[in-house]
Design a protein around this ligand. Structure first.
Ligand code: FAD
Ligand code: DLZ
Ligand code: SF4
Length: 517
């Protein structure tokens, strides 16, 4: 019998048609999958995130075996496990003596760099194939970006609409408009009927993973249980069907809303599943479009949803690869403050922060506006070191992979890339949070107060941030109005705002949390 081909599948490549498997011979080739300590701890991932990935990997191995593949699956607790991808590839080569190694390129610089030296390390033909599960190949993004003065998601998105034909009537956008975002900013009220997420009871395989994670990662952030994520392809399909029916119709209206105790609102919760390959993003968008065409979901909801996936998701990936590995070190605003402990403990009197961090701890989930306008906004205004913030987001969310997380954090949220991803920082005072949520009611702070003892910290921090970075932002037409407003404030109010911000930040530095006196 001729030597087999070894086909390595990584934990976020759980797609039967992934390039590493395509054209393979299930009977003679060997699929290698490995749970490795290095991947679970390069940042201290949330327990639920590790459990989700291992459970989904094991389920995918079962799926491949059922389809006739020979799968060599290395568990984390295998005594011989070396704890790294190169170590496990080396051991598998020794076990199987393959003729060649085939793999799909990793989704991040760190692991791709490992793959690129394997041909030399192992003296064996190695193919690192493109990951064509994305709608826009990297090279197409580079070509689109080439020569543009600035890269804006909206223009890229229109290209993706044309390319996919989604919500297009000929060469015109359905409804005569590319973007219905202005209709998607309604604050929610507690009396809305919120769909609860579809929850899946762990089966025996997932329960074994939960035991393993409880044992090995007890000191990682976050609650392991209750664990209810979908982990098989069939469960992922159920989650999609449920979202399309129960939440998509109102996804648009309340996309930016936040409500105390309502962790999910009308969001899809599908990002962990899309990012590991259990759901095909283009297929999902086509199904969302079909809901509009059948009259079951309005255009603003469906357009908004599709934009997040073929627009933002593809755009941030393009930026990640175009900017290179040093993107994660960018710090255009020179922010150096240490990440306050409250990001891990959730202990703070700021109700909005407590809510966003608390649910992150429980669910490894917060929706986009919580990530951007609460925890991200605070980090931006308080001048927290972007690399520390980046590592926090990468660790705490079940959907977090560097290619998608870093542009959202370093670029969109912290403006640490100096304006490559967005044209202005998403900075806001407490007024935005008050408008879009019910967090401020019952908060220990007063959102209407700017300088008093109970003043909402976001207020003083916001004006202080603007003034600190005046030289950079004053000339930005989208920010000019804010500087005009600042200049009209009475001088003693301005002074009071800066003093308040300085006192708050000094307190934060001294105590790590605003809770202690
Ligand atoms: P929905 O609101 O239902 O949106 C539908 C889908 O659109 C999502 O599942 C996701 O695939 C996609 N999407 C929406 N917004 C974005 C975006 N800005 N960038 C890329 N895709 C998007 N998303 C991740 O998948 N992984 C991350 O690590 C991640 N880190 C983030 C960090 C920060 C600071 C911010 C501001 C955003 C981050 N996002 C990240 C984007 C977004 O917050 C999540 O995709 C979204 O909250 C996932 O929840 P959902 O599936 O319910 O999304
Ligand atoms: C995130 C993650 C974790 C926690 N564990 C594993 C693992 O044990 N084995 C594996 O193949 N993949 C894991 N992953 C996903 C990888 O980190 C991801 O495939 C690479 O970072 C490339 O994006
Ligand atoms: Fe957050 Fe300020 Fe509102 Fe409190 S008052 S919830 S700190 S925005």
């Amino acid at each position: 019998m001729s030597a087999p081909v070894l086909r390595l599948v990584l934990g976020d490549q759980l797609t039967p048609s992934v390039s590493a498997l395509r054209g393979g011979d299930p009977k003679s080739d060997i699929v290698l999958m490995a749970e490795v300590a290095e991947e679970a701890s390069y940042v201290r991932h949330h327990k639920k995130k590790i459990a989700f990935i291992f459970a989904a990997m094991r389920a995918f191995a079962n799926e491949l075996s059922a389809a006739g593949w020979r799968v060599d699956y290395v568990r984390l607790d295998d005594p011989a496990n070396t704890g790294s991808f190169p170590g496990e590839v080396a051991r598998a080569i020794a076990r199987h003596n393959p003729a060649a190694l085939v793999t799909t390129e990793a989704a991040e610089h760190r692991v791709l760099a490992m793959q690129q030296i394997w041909a030399e390390t192992f003296s064996l033909p190695v193919s690192v194939l493109p990951d064509d599960r994305f709608i826009c190949p990297k090279e197409d993004f580079f070509a689109w970006a080439e020569g543009r003065k600035s890269l804006r998601m909206e223009f890229f998105y229109r290209e993706m609409r044309r390319r996919t034909g989604l919500l297009m009537d000929g060469d015109q956008p359905t409804g005569g408009q590319w973007n219905f975002d202005s209709e998607n900013r309604k604050p929610a009220k507690g009396d809305l009927f919120m769909p609860q997420p579809r929850r899946f009871a762990p089966d025996a395989d997932t329960t074994a993973v939960l035991d393993l994670v409880a044992d090995r990662f007890a000191d990682h952030f976050g609650d392991l249980e209750p664990f209810w994520f979908p982990v098989t392809r069939a469960q992922a399909e159920e989650a999609v069907a449920y979202f399309l029916k129960a939440a998509l119709p109102r996804f648009g209206d309340f996309q930016d809303a936040m409500l105390r105790g309502e962790k999910f609102l009308f969001h899809s919760l599908l990002s962990p599943l899309i990012n590991v390959g259990l759901i095909d993003p283009l297929d999902l968008c086509r199904r969302a479009q079909a809901e509009y065409q059948a009259g079951r979901a309005p255009l603003n909801a469906v357009e908004g949803f599709i934009r997040q996936i073929i627009g933002w998701r593809e755009f941030v990936r393009g930026i990640y690869w175009r900017e290179g590995p040093d993107y994660m070190q960018r710090n255009a605003l020179g922010a150096t403050r240490t990440l306050p402990w409250m990001y891990w403990s959730g202990e703070t009197d700021m109700a909005c922060m407590a809510e966003a961090i608390g649910q992150t701890k429980e669910e490894a989930y917060a929706h986009h506006i919580q990530r951007l306008m609460v925890t991200g906004n605070f980090a931006l205004l308080a001048g927290i070191d972007p690399h520390q913030v980046h590592e926090w987001y990468l660790a705490v969310y079940a959907d977090a992979y560097e290619w998608v997380e870093a542009p959202n954090t370093i670029g969109m949220s912290l403006f640490a890339d100096g304006g490559i991803l967005g044209s202005k920082p998403y900075a806001s005072s407490g007024a935005y949070i008050d408008r879009m949520s019910d967090y401020c009611r019952g908060c220990a702070y007063d959102v209407k107060d700017r300088t008093g003892p109970k003043a909402c910290p976001f207020n003083a921090l916001y004006w202080d941030f603007l003034q600190r970075h005046r030289a950079r932002f004053e000339g930005n037409p989208r920010m000019a109005q804010m500087y005009r407003t600042y200049d009209k404030l009475a001088p003693d109010l301005r002074e009071g705002l800066h003093a308040k911000a300085a006192a708050f930040l000094a307190h934060l530095d001294a105590h790590g949390t605003d809770r202690k006196a």
